[in-house]
Design a protein. Structure first.
Length: 194
């Protein structure tokens, strides 16, 4: 009888519990191949930490190193960690704290910019109201001056018509000018002659 052979190792399917979160070579920094391990702890927390580390501003090689070694260090109880595992945890903590500070600063800057834009909006709103009231006053002044101008044009037109009527009546009244009277000779008395 032939001896029974053991099945090949490559045909064995790993159990779904043995997974580790790793950054794959062909994946973008924010995309992870997720794998669990028996002692990995809460998986969703590990995934969040992994995403936070991959989104940090540290160099890509440091991100990869921290993500790969995360399960071996964070997945182990604090009391049973090796010194190197404690250092990895400390590095992950410092990266996350730095990112937290950057995010807090970003929030503060955004709030400050928002407050400045609100104050600018309020001051621009006040200026807008002033300009609108000034524009209304100027519009009223313009309307009044246009009315005065229309009245003045009517007066001028009436006076021009009156002048035309006066010229016509003057032309009808005109008489030919009289010729100058001839100078009469005056007779002088002899004692008046000199």
């Amino acid at each position: 009888m032939a001896p029974l052979k053991r099945p090949a190792a490559s045909q064995q399917v790993p159990s779904p519990k043995k997974r580790v979160t790793m950054l794959t070579d062909d994946a973008a920094p924010n995309q992870h191949a997720t794998m669990l391990k028996d002692n990995a702890g809460p998986v969703h927390l590990m995934q969040e930490v992994s995403l936070a580390v991959s989104a940090s501003s540290v160099p890509q090689t440091v991100k990869e190193m921290l993500i790969v070694s995360m399960n071996e260090s964070l997945g182990v109880d604090k009391e049973s960690r090796h010194g190197l595992q404690g250092e990895v945890v400390h590095m992950i903590e410092s990266v996350l704290l730095d990112e937290e500070k950057k995010l807090e600063q970003m929030v503060q800057d955004t709030q400050k910019a928002f407050q400045e834009s609100n104050s600018a909006k309020v001051s621009q709103g006040a200026l807008l109201e002033v300009f609108q009231s000034t524009a209304e006053e100027k519009t009223q002044e313009l309307n009044a001056k246009q009315a005065d101008l229309a009245t003045a044009e009517k007066d001028i037109e009436a006076k021009v018509n009156a002048c035309k009527v006066a010229e016509q009546s003057l032309s009808t009244l005109r008489v030919k000018p009289m010729l100058p009277l001839k100078r009469r000779r005056s007779w002088k008395l002899p004692w008046q002659m000199s």
